[in-house]
Design a protein around this ligand. Sequence first.
Ligand code: ADP
Ligand code: AMP
Length: 221
Amino acid sequence: MRLILLGPPGAGKGTQAARISDKYGIPHISTGDIFREILKRDDELARKVRKYVESGDLVPDEIVVEIVRERIHRPDCQRGFILDGFPRTKPQARALDEILEADGTPLTAALYLQVTEETVVMRLSRRRVCENCQAVYHLDFNPPKVPGVCDRCGGKLVQREDDREEVVRRRLRVYREQTEPLLEYYRQRGVLKEVDGNKPIEDVWREIQEILDPLAERGDC
Ligand code: ADP
Ligand code: AMP
């Protein structure tokens, strides 16, 4: 299955993508995680993207598209992938279409996690991530077993720099202006599947499986 996940920052894309990846055996590709890894380095690409990521702006399309093109052509993507955080602009969506068309492997579905602004604020203000493996936690809704320590790898849990209130406001504005129009783009192509993302993690996960199980069984991979 070739999937994309749409929704504002904090909608739960990373949380659900990790489960989708485990259950359906397709790699979870988060462009945000890729950029956070790049920022740990001190090379030209890191210098180029830093100002965008830290201020909550989008990294230029041509940089993101080349990263995704290279990633989805790796052997582990032969049975599909789940893209989390890409595409975020119309040019990115068109570029993805072109890549998939050239490969003869159409998109299976675009899952849209619909959430209210209140949900977003509540989630991002108390999100914590592992600085080592990028696993995602929430201090109230999905706390680690030991405070401050990642269940998966024992790494240290930190607050993302861009989860500070003023950056969150900017990211939400960017989402509304540049990414929300993609909902119509995918609706018109008949692949948009809407999920109520305001519910608890397990309820959202159940709804997603109800959509994906039949697609996986049909062998739309
Ligand atoms: P995104 O990848 O869309 O930015 P995340 O998956 O990182 O969102 O989720 C944002 C925060 O909300 C995290 O702290 C996560 O643990 C928490 N979270 C995710 N889904 C839910 C949910 N359905 N209910 C409550 N909290 C959630
Ligand atoms: P995320 O983890 O998805 O919230 O992404 C964190 C940051 O990485 C964003 O605020 C952008 O600066 C950058 N980023 C991630 N994905 C993209 C994308 N598809 N296009 C442009 N910038 C992106």
